[in-house]
Each structure stands twice: as C-alpha cells, then as structure tokens.
Design a protein around this ligand. Structure first.
Ligand code: SF4
Ligand code: SF4
Ligand code: SF4
Length: 253
C-alpha cells in the first residue's frame, strides 16, 4: 500500500488558503514525504482521478458547476476538510446574499448576459458532509499542518474553539480595547491566528469568524463606546464571514 493521497480543490475563492499550504516551505518537503499529492492544480499539472484519502477544499459554492463538482469531490474523498472563510462561511463573496446578484452583475460587467452565477455564496457544509472545518481568511499554516498531521496519524486535530482574547492572554499582550479604546472583535472571534492583529496594536476584525457560542450582543455596546458607528459595526461583522449567522445577526443591529 502506498502513502495516503492528498488532493487540494479550489472553488470560488482568491487562492490565499491554497497559498498557505505552499507557504509551509520547510514543512512541505516533510509533508510531501508522508503523502502523495494526487491533485493540486495550484502547484502541479499532475492530476490523479482518485479516490483520495484527504481532500482540502478552498472556496465557496457560487455556481451551478460548483454544485456538481463539490458532490464529485465528496464522492471521491475519504476525509474532506473545508479550509478558510470562503469554504466554511461563504467568504467575502457571501455579501451577495444580502443583495440582488443580477443588479450587481449589471453594474460590474459590460456583458452581464454571459454571467452564470447562483444568487448566493454558501459554505461547503451546506451541500455535502464535511469532516473538519479550518477557519480563517486565510487559514493559519500551523493549524493546517496540525490538521494534516492529525489526519495522517489517525487522531482528532487539536484546534482550539476559544476566542482570540485567549491568545492575547497567552502571548502576554496588552489589550488594545482596554488600554487604547481600540474596537476589537477578539472576544467573539475564533482563535487560531495567534492574536496577530492585537500583536501589532490593532483591533481584531473577525477574519476567523465567530467562535463557538459568541456573545456578540454584549460586545456591540462596547464597540460603540470605542467609537464605532452603526455603519461601521455593520460592516465589520459582514466582512470576511458575512453569512455566519452569529455575525450576520449583529450586522443588522
Ligand atoms: S478564505 Fe480568504 S484567503 Fe482563503 S480563499 Fe477565501 S478569500 Fe482567499
Ligand atoms: S486586544 Fe482584543 S483580542 Fe486581545 S484581549 Fe483585548 S479584546 Fe481580546
Ligand atoms: S486578530 Fe482577528 S482579524 Fe487579525 S488575523 Fe486574527 S482573527 Fe483575523
């Protein structure tokens, strides 16, 4: 029996999460020694028809072709991992879910009659069973390596479901919201980035999406006290994870 096979798929997305895999640099060589990369068009023209032991899926479902292809990918994959805000929450392109896609197309494209698109952008889990979701826009490379290592070892990935605040505390960072009055979505945002933005004295703007059971209602008045207007809170909750219910609800308040 050969090494396990890994496939990487792109749906509607910017490729940033796939680039995170390429950005693993030193670790990629070790990983390539443990798996056979059977399909990864961002990195190689070689394609294997499968089946695949692990499929990483980037991007959301926005076309009829996407709908058909994700079912094919699922059927050929033993384990399917959705990576990034597009694949786990519809991504930035889910902003279309709150508007009229035909109107957008008529404004953006010179010949909108050639555009074949669904009215919504939806996560992979809305269409097929997903074995694991890795959050972020883009995903964090250390978390990606943890997920792949765990799957290869046959164990559950050790990915926290706490907030970015816990990462601030672990790094010993001064809270930018308490110390500087900088608005920060860290208290309701899924951990995983290592508190990247607070580490640069900036507030978190929620690119990892809502954590498990976020108290977004309690955070709103604090964001307003820090100077965020209603428009700004609506925008910050609907940027990267617009279709996540916990963020979408707050954007309307
Ligand atoms: S989640 Fe962000 S970085 Fe990843 S593909 Fe989507 S837009 Fe790009
Ligand atoms: S800076 Fe933001 S993420 Fe860090 S502790 Fe303060 S509120 Fe939480
Ligand atoms: S601090 Fe927030 S916005 Fe910044 S990378 Fe982390 S999750 Fe994304």
């Amino acid at each position: 029996m050969g090494p396990p096979t890994l496939a990487v798929w792109k749906f509607t997305s910017c490729d940033g999460c796939q680039l995170t895999l390429l950005d693993c640099e030193d670790e990629l060589l070790a990983l390539a020694g443990q798996v056979r990369i059977a399909h990864f068009t961002e990195a190689s023209s070689a394609t294997d028809p499968g089946p695949y032991d692990v499929s990483l899926v980037e991007g959301s479902i926005t076309t009829r072709a996407d709908l058909e292809r994700i079912r094919e990918v699922r059927a050929r994959s033993r384990v399917l991992v959705a990576i990034g805000a597009c694949a786990t929450a519809g991504g930035i392109q889910a902003l279309r879910n709150f508007g009229d896609v035909a109107e957008f197309a008529s404004v953006v494209y010179a010949s909108p009659q050639y555009i074949d698109t669904l009215a919504t952008s939806t996560p992979i889990s809305a269409h097929v069973p997903v074995d694991f979701e890795l959050r972020g826009c883009p995903i964090d490379r250390h978390q990606l390596l943890e997920v792949l290592g765990a799957l290869l070892a046959g164990r559950k990935p050790d990915i926290p479901n706490t907030s970015v605040c816990t990462e601030c505390k672990r790094r010993g960072l001064t809270c930018v919201m308490v110390a500087d009055g900088t608005p920060c979505l860290g208290p309701v945002t899924q951990a995983g980035c290592g508190a990247l933005c607070p580490g640069y004295r900036r507030g978190c703007f929620g690119c990892f999406g809502p954590m498990a059971a976020p108290n977004t209602r309690a955070l709103l008045p604090i964001l307003r006290t820090c100077g965020m207007s209603e428009d700004e809170t609506a925008r910050v909750f609907t940027t990267f994870n617009a279709a996540s219910p916990a963020f979408a609800e707050r954007s309307e308040e």
